[in-house]
Design a protein around this ligand. Structure first.
Ligand SMILES: *Cc1c(COP(=O)(O)O)cnc(C)c1O
Length: 494
């Protein structure tokens, strides 16, 4: 199996090279040139999370030595996670919640970013490189801290995170500003997430940045890197197998997954799981007030001509969902010419429309639904009333979509992906639960939520107020590329 660009199948690499590279030089994203043979879920019936990860990674990373994969898996999914199941499934009335926030930074990004640095280091050794790998990361709030934690002091790597100055939650900002590690740097950008993502995508092609890169190679920890998506396939399988083991579904019976979506990475991993044999009925794409994807699934037109809405689910405040390109590529029967023309239209005019037959094919699997701010708050409140459980605003957006999906398909078992700990957004959650504004700081809100629910505050969040703030730099958009060039220059001299 080789990895090819969605815009040029003649550009082909091994999986290790694709992970090192991040984004293809033509601006496309890497995908396997053919899907691997399907896995029968029954063959994993008694497997641990780590064994499922091992099986899936081997399938998608055929050029990695098996031993290297086993080592990456066992080092990533250990007691850094505060639940031995890694991604436990919690039943509630009518469905199941897949808790993806038991990792070191309390968001689902940890499932991929605890292992990506290890996969990169292994690729580095396999390819006998000597350059420093400089990871540029755009974040809407959660990827940044997960990447900083995952790459801190990893040999041969350096990580630079760009986050929107306004938009991320106060806890998310503090998590990044206090990041530890000699090889990390954090910069706030006066713009939104889309600006951050555009900047890091442009960097590798910028002449100023290129000439500053001596013995430095640029790569990405965003979900444009295929090394982010492959580890995310694992928890779709683990959730399904948990349902089989608990007797909720018969092995082979289809289930639907409700996925709170921003950059379309998480839900695309679900699609890849389906492609290799997981019985998935629907993937429900849940959006917040930035519902560009819901509109696309309804009309076939993807249009960024709309105003960017900052919400209480900031990690989904995105208008340009990069990974949709991978779905379009697969759903068009790998028509790279069509992809080049759609992506050209997106960058020239901010919108594109896909052929009707292609939209039809996509809609056989994907459904869209969105929640406004009031609906999100109501969902946090109602779910707590009904189940006694706290959910964060991103999970609440998915829960809203779940309720509407279930009205249409009451017979299909559903898994709702819970992507962040409620303690990451404590004031929004407390105020939703109590039905009144939470006039206090985030740490007081955390204490009150913990008293209310009996759930302990995760250690990584509880310790934040005691940590020194290391990074305060804020730059304007137009300073972005020169800031990257400057950083590459520094790394060249290290
Ligand atoms: C990143 C993130 C999402 C969106 O995931 P994508 O892969 O970007 O679609 C949803 N919820 C939370 C908490 C996140 O951090």
């Amino acid at each position: 199996m080789r990895y090819i660009s969605t815009r040029d199948r003649n550009h082909s690499l091994t999986s290790a090279q694709a992970i090192l590279q991040g984004l293809a030089p033509d601006g496309g994203l890497y995908l396997m040139d053919a899907m691997p043979d399907p896995i029968n879920p029954a063959s994993l019936r008694n497997a641990s999370y780590q064994s499922i990860a091992d099986a899936i990674l081997r399938l998608f990373l055929p050029d990695y030595p098996e031993q290297a994969i086993r080592r990456c898996v066992s080092e990533a999914y250990d007691d850094k996670f505060n639940d031995p199941a890694i991604a436990p499934l919690r039943p509630f009335d009518g469905g199941s919640l897949l808790e993806l926030w038991h990792g070191p930074t309390s968001a689902f990004k940890d499932l991929a970013l605890t292992i990506l640095p290890r996969l990169l280091s292994s690729a580095y050794e396999q390819n006998h490189l000597e350059d420093t790998i400089s990871i540029l990361t755009a974040t809407s709030g959660d990827t940044g801290k997960a990447a900083l934690a995952g790459f801190a002091d990893v040999p041969h790597t350096a990580v630079t995170v760009f986050y929107p100055e306004i938009g991320v939650s106060p806890i998310q900002k503090l998590q990044m500003q206090t990041a530890a590690g000699r090889n990390v740097s954090v910069i706030a950008l006066q713009g939104n997430f889309d600006d951050c993502q555009r900047l890091v995508k442009a960097a590798a092609g910028d002449p100023g940045v290129r000439s500053a890169c001596r013995h430095v190679r640029i790569s990405s920890a965003n979900s444009i890197n295929i090394g982010r998506l492959i580890p995310q396939i694992v928890y779709y399988f683990s959730a399904y197998l948990d349902l089989v083991r608990s007797g909720t579904v018969q092995c082979g019976e289809p289930v639907s997954f409700i996925v709170p979506t921003g950059n379309f990475g998480d839900i695309l991993a679900g699609y890849l799981a389906r492609e290799i044999g997981l019985p998935v009925q629907h993937l429900v794409c849940a959006s917040n007030a930035n519902h560009v994807l819901t509109d696309f699934l309804e009309t076939g037109t993807y249009s960024t001509h709309r105003s960017f809405q900052p919400t209480i689910s900031p990690s989904m405040d995105i208008l340009v969902s990069s990974n949709l390109e991978r779905l379009l590529y697969l759903a068009s029967g790998r028509d790279e010419e069509l992809i080049r023309s759609l992506m050209g239209a997106l960058s020239d005019s901010g919108s594109y429309t896909v052929p009707a037959s292609m939209l039809e094919r996509i809609r056989q699997v994907f459904r869209g639904c969105w929640a406004d701010e009031a609906e999100t708050m109501k969902e946090i409140h109602d779910f707590h009333e009904e189940s006694g459980l706290l959910i964060d605003p991103h999970t609440a957006v998915a829960m809203h979509a779940f309720r509407s999906y279930r009205r249409e398909f009451p017979e299909i078992p559903c898994v709702v992906l819970s992507t962040a700990s409620p303690y990451k957004f404590p004031r929004a959650v407390l105020s939703a639960v109590q039905g009144k504004p939470a006039d206090m700081d985030d740490f007081e809100a955390m204490r009150q939520l913990s008293a209310l629910s009996g759930m302990p505050v995760p250690q990584g969040l509880a310790e934040l107020p005691g940590l020194p703030v290391r990074f305060r730099r804020v730059i304007r958009l137009e300073e972005g590329l020169s800031a990257i060039a400057e950083r590459m220059e520094e790394l060249s001299h290290d």
